[in-house]
Design a protein. Sequence first.
Length: 273
Amino acid sequence: MPELPEVETVRCGIIPHLINQRVKAVYIRQPRLRWLVPNELASQIPGAIIEQIHRRGKYLLIQTNRGTLIIHLGMSGSLRILSTVDIAGKHDHIDLKLSNNKLLRFNDPRRFGAWLWTIDDALLHPLLASLGPEPLTPNFNGEYLYAKSRSRKTTIKQFIMDNQIVVGVGNIYASEALFLAGIHPAQAANLISKQRYKRLADSIKQILNYAITVGGTTIRNFSDSAGKPGYFKQQLWVYGRKLQACKKCESLLKELRLGQRSTVFCPKCQKKK
DNA sequence: AGAGGTACCTGGCAGC
DNA sequence: TGCTGCCAGGTACCTC
């Protein structure tokens, strides 16, 4: 499941194969993704030269001299670099054929992903314009979270998973960060102190940075095997470990459902206070 | 404005 | 063996 660290790993992995290449062709086998792949993408991207690849939250922004390709991997999407002789398999929905005779291939079994196109500033695109700050920048910190949370009665877990508050924190990292910060996931966001928010912001940065480091080493051979999940799995404190022993205090981990999402936590290490 | 719920989609698994 | 049903996940969008 591509969360921010994996998207960043993908970005670094595809950069050397894509930068300064001309798009020779685009093959769209399945246009029905999260949204229909726009006709403008098919008509405008062939011939474009790829200049830069940015990331905003979990969105990849492939900037060309004609416009920007906006890619979201959704839940099950992956990108691979292949040679043009590779035949498409199941769920290989889109290929970009490049002037270096490589293919950027998008595979997405659940089709929650997206391929969009804009000729304007991609950061002003409706999907991106109202996103919260990047978690790994200095302006995301405890002070910020504290200020934003004053009027929010929702649970702290749902609060940090809100893209308008901060991007890139999905179900896994929200659970892990709350464990590291010692905060009960069901605590109301407006009842948490500034000091605890500082610890939470630090925990989010720590867990994401760590995952990027691990992801970066695992997916080194990007053209051979992309998007192999599980690299982070052995390091998880709580996610997916309900009814197992807490790795810190050996208490039995409990499960809650918050916003229809499974939430595992340690009743002893994580307090509402 | 904020909170809660729903939809989208498929593979994998449990249970019958 | 095959069927059914549920779950996982991100996030836009709907309603209250």
